[in-house]
Every structure is written in structure tokens, then in C-alpha cells.
Ligand binder design. Structure first.
Ligand SMILES: C[S@@+](CC[C@H](N)C(=O)[O-])C[C@H]1O[C@@H](n2cnc3c(N)ncnc32)[C@H](O)[C@@H]1O
Length: 296
């Protein structure tokens, strides 16, 4: 039977149990946890600011916190992301709950949100869809900045959708609704002013997956070249966009040429790519043409 306990060497690193903050930080480093990560774990578990940890590292660890501290340090040493330990992650200024059902939102995805906001005038009751919403990151960021827009958040994972809608409720965002299902299936024949998606785009077998094994595989991979979901969305989006509507897609740093081609082949115009904070081509979008006006 599988065990949830951290592997032996990780447990050994915290035996005997640390008595002081300094010992906890030393043992964490010996277990392979970066110092800043270890300090953040200590701060969060003890409920103190980082300045306290720096000034009080000789203090004894309060006994009531030791169990949780060792649990978090063991899980972090075994590779679990800090956001899952804490259960939340900040995105576009919103604090979002995250669980193992959801991808941890990445700062790079803010590029997609900035682009969407440029295209969505604040004073109009526009309709927006976020396909593969996960924690709700894109949907909630747009909904918070465009209170007059109605944002539809779609995910085929019931667990992820529940987290997204819980986040919307906690943040008081009443202009978000959720639909469970695969990509466009739950949308029937609805059309939107803007469709945004950060779908899975990593190729099955990509070596980066090893470092991401705590996040849901269904949020990450899309076929042998990573483009299966992007292909599907680009092909079906025209039937769900109003004339003049936009499709914005996040993708891998080396997939922009293929995604541009997919959008052009589907009939989109104004196809272009935006770069993330690290300077990588990260999002490609296009406009669904409005019918030509004929005169006379
Ligand atoms: C890369 S994650 C993005 C999550 C979130 N939008 C973000 O940016 O943090 C992809 C999301 O797509 C969802 N997904 C995967 N396949 C899907 C499908 N066929 N239909 C709907 N959602 C899907 C996953 O459950 C996951 O939440």
C-alpha cells in the first residue's frame, strides 16, 4: 500500500527533531530545501514575519507547532510545492486557494490577463470564457477587473471547478459562473466576446514533467507534441466567438509558430504573439473576423 509519509532520507534529515529555529533551518538545508523556502515555511507555521525568524533563530521552537513544521518540511523536501503546503497562491493581486486538483497559477499567465484586459473595455457588459480554469486564475482576474463582464469558467475537473468557484465566492466576484465539461462541450451554442485559455501544453514524455509530479498530470500534458488541446480549441473556437471576438491562448515557449499557424488555418485575423516576464513567447491570439459590410 502506498504511504503518504516522506521517504526515509527525508525523515532522517529531521531526526532528532530540531529544538531551535536555527536547527530547523540547518536540517531543512541538509534535506535540500532552499534557505528562503525553509524560512517561509517556519514563518508560515509559526505565524511570524521573516524579520522575526532572522532575529530569533536561537529561540526554542514552540512545541505546539513542531508536528506541522516537520510535516511541511518533510513534504517540501520531497518536492511538494510551497503553494500546496500553504494552500494558496497570489495571482494578479488575488489570493487564490489551490489544491492538488488545481495547477498552481504561474506569473507568466498574467501576460494573457493583461492582453485580455486591453481588449475588454471596462464599461461594457461583455461575455468572456476561460477554458481550463483550474484555480480560476484567469477567470477571476478578468472578473475582478471587469465587473460588468460575465465570465464563464470551464473545467472538466469537478475538483478544480469547485476550487475556482470557492475562490470566486471568497473574493466576492458575483460575475463568474462555472461549467463542468470538456472545453466547448458545456457551452452549447453560446458565443463570447473573448475566449481565453491556458490549456495543457507539455508534450508527453517531456523531461520537465519530473519536476511537476505534484501537479495534476491532466493539467499539464496534451499529446506527443503538447499541441493536442491547443489544436482542438483553435479549431472549435470560431463557432463560439461573436464577430470581432478574440481567442487568446497560452502555450509553451517554443510553440508560438505552430499556434500562429493553427489560428491562421482556422480563419483568425490579427494573429500575434505576446512575451512573458522572462522574455519568452508565451501567448498567441487572433480575432474572429466580423462579416464585411456591403454598401448599396
Ligand atoms: C495548465 S492548467 C491551467 C489552469 C489555470 N487556467 C491557470 O492558468 O492556472 C489546464 C487546466 O485545463 C483543465 N483541462 C484539461 N483538459 C481539459 C478538458 N478537456 N476540458 C476542460 N478543461 C480541461 C485542467 O483540469 C486544468 O485545470
Amino acid at each position: 500500500m502506498a504511504s503518504d509519509a516522506p521517504p526515509g532520507p527525508v525523515l532522517d534529515a529531521f531526526t532528532p527533531a530540531p529544538r531551535t529555529v536555527a536547527e530547523a533551518l540547518q536540517q531543512a538545508q541538509a534535506a535540500g530545501i532552499e534557505r528562503l523556502d525553509a524560512q517561509l515555511i517556519v514563518c508560515t507555521v509559526l505565524g511570524v514575519p521573516r524579520s522575526w525568524v532572522l532575529a530569533h533563530d536561537g529561540d526554542p521552537l514552540p512545541a505546539g507547532h513542531l508536528g506541522r513544521l516537520l510535516d511541511w518540511l518533510g513534504r517540501r523536501a520531497a518536492g511538494e510545492p510551497f503553494a500546496y503546503l500553504q494552500g494558496e497562491k497570489e495571482f494578479f493581486g488575488l489570493m487564490l486557494r489551490v489544491t492538488p486538483d488545481t495547477l498552481i497559477p504561474r506569473p507568466d499567465t498574467e501576460t494573457l490577463v493583461h492582453w485580455a484586459l486591453e481588449l475588454l473595455p471596462p464599461d461594457q457588459p461583455l461575455s468572456v470564457a476561460d477554458l481550463g480554469t483550474g484555480s480560476g486564475a484567469i477567470a477571476l482576474a478578468i472578473a475582478s477587473q471587469r465587473p460588468r463582464a460575465l465570465v464563464t469558467a470551464v473545467d472538466f475537473s469537478a475538483g478544480a471547478l469547485a476550487v475556482a468557484l470557492g475562490n470566486a465566492e471568497r473574493l466576492g466576484l458575483a460575475n463568474v459562473r462555472g461549467l463542468q465539461g470538456s472545453w466547448f462541450a458545456p457551452l452549447a451554442d453560446q458565443r463570447f466576446d473573448l475566449i481565453a485559455s491556458n490549456p495543457p501544453y507539455i508534450a508527453e514524455g517531456d523531461h520537465h514533467l519530473a519536476a511537476l509530479h505534484h501537479e495534476p498530470r491532466t493539467a499539464l500534458t496534451a499529446g506527443p507534441d503538447g499541441l493536442d488541446d491547443l489544436r482542438h480549441i483553435a479549431r472549435l473556437a470560431p463557432a463560439h466567438l461573436k464577430p470581432g471576438g478574440w481567442l487568446l491562448l497560452e502555450h509553451g515557449h517554443d510553440q508560438a509558430p505552430q499556434v500562429q499557424q493553427l489560428l491562421q488555418a482556422a480563419g483568425f485575423t490579427e494573429v500575434s504573439t505576446r512575451f512573458d516576464l522572462g522574455g519568452q513567447p508565451r501567448c498567441t491570439g487572433g480575432q474572429w473576423p466580423a462579416p464585411c459590410q456591403t454598401t448599396g
